[in-house]
Design a protein around this ligand. Sequence first.
Ligand SMILES: Nc1ncnc2c1ncn2[C@@H]1O[C@H](COP(=O)(O)OP(=O)(O)O)[C@@H](O)[C@H]1O
Ligand SMILES: [Mg+2]
Length: 327
Amino acid sequence: MALLEIENLKTYYYTLKGPVKAVDDVSLTLERGRILGIAGESGCGKSTLVWSILGMVPPPGKIVSGSIIVDGVDVTKLSEDELRKKIRWRKVSMIFQGAMNSLNPVYTAGAQIEEVLRYHGGMSKVEARNRVYELLESVGLDRSIASRYPHELSGGQKQRVVISMALALEPDIVIADEPTTALDVVVQAQILNLMKRLQREKGISVILITHDLAVIAELSEYVAIMYAGKIVEYGPSENIFYKPRHPYTYLLMKSVPKLKGPKESLAYIPGQPPDLINPPKGCRFAPRCPWAMEICSRDPEEAEVEKEHRVACWLEKTGGMRAKLGF
Ligand SMILES: Nc1ncnc2c1ncn2[C@@H]1O[C@H](COP(=O)(O)OP(=O)(O)O)[C@@H](O)[C@H]1O
Ligand SMILES: [Mg+2]
């Protein structure tokens, strides 16, 4: 059994206008020791999906149906108390979007790491203190950072502190939601290299969320592409980047400027992602898809096109994107 198995998950926000179907029938697995990237335009449900794993979907959001099995335990069945004691920080930890700016300004970096170790990990003060130093060093920071306040740290240093907190109790899975978005390019590369090294050394599994495909390319072995609350394509990174099978993936890849190779015109995807209260029937991308057909008003069947490479698109019935584009 995989370390994480999500099956037919639906997580909706119950607003006055009706339920926002932010995650709508998503199935996904993560093997131990792997890095999985989740990409897609803003608002497609990436954060809601990972908040669901930790039982932290904010109201008016709710898991409606489906299961999320973490190391054999269905976390959707656990109480708040059980999630806090057994899952969060210990099994699955999360680096939230904008986390480095949510460090508490009145406590030192060391005190904040220590809090995770003592209150979530049950360590004594002395044990925790020593572990703080170890953790800081493991993310490439000097011990002296422990006595500094967040305002005395650079963006990159703050992000390293946040990563050390996520690693504090040696979880199996670390989820990073847009971990480098607020950082400049050089620091961004350093943080990504750090995450890669930690993942290798500690054998943890990582879920990396980003709207930046360059970040995914740098780090992920597998990629899930989300569109309007659904995973439309999943596969090994190389396939996703070089042999995309879903028109949305293809257009998303084409809209990334390339440094090498001949200059190509940047594709942009006309139109807007749909309203998730009343999404289009059938394939949700059809209204924006250059290759849409009549049948696309029906839910696309998912097909395995290569080993561990799945796509939900009617084009596959007629030769797929490969035939359309000749790759
Ligand atoms: N508290 C909320 N109430 C209502 N709708 C929400 C709430 N939070 C998120 N949503 C909606 O859920 C959808 C998915 O949001 P989110 O998971 O944040 O996407 P992403 O992380 O991909 O940008 C969006 O349409 C968003 O507007
Ligand atoms: Mg988000």
